[in-house]
Design a protein around this ligand. Sequence first.
Ligand code: ZN
Ligand code: ZN
Length: 191
Amino acid sequence: MAYGFTAIGVAQIIAWIVVVILAVDFLSGVFHWLEDSYARPETPVLGRFVVNPNIIHHHHPRDFVKSPFWHRNIVTAMLGGIVFVLAAATMGITWQLILLCGIGAFCNEFHCWAHRSAEENGAVITALHRLRILQTPRHHATHHTDPKNRAYCVLTNYTNPVLDSRGAGGGILLDLGGAGGETLEMLKRHH
Ligand SMILES: [Zn+2]
Ligand SMILES: [Zn+2]
């Protein structure tokens, strides 16, 4: 291990963990925003495995809690695996890459915890919510509140203010014509 157990080494590891978590949170939020805003239920493959389950989740959030573990994690787990293989082949394997792909692969499970009660989550996850280390159920509830175009990041409470400011402040992300949220609202009228 390159760091050793010095105070600086431990601080560096903690800093890396924070950076990796925030990076996964922000990137998964960007994908979620693109999915909610532009993906269509008719899109081949994506429509069936990603878009439709996502629309159902927006309107019936608790169904997702009762679904089997692999049902809610298979798509991101495959994506995390692909990113890991590509990055490992080009840049080598680091613990940061393993952490990044591991959290990314199961980011929907963290999302699921935000829909479960404290009793369902147990003491450890509930403590992580109360300490604001993981995204709180109350924060995630804003994503399920009309017009459902905020709080796309699901890991922490800290990246959403940055991503959400794309509409209000503009310029952080290319908003492809400012359509964020509209497609979802259009789809909702058909459900
Ligand atoms: Zn959404
Ligand atoms: Zn949700």
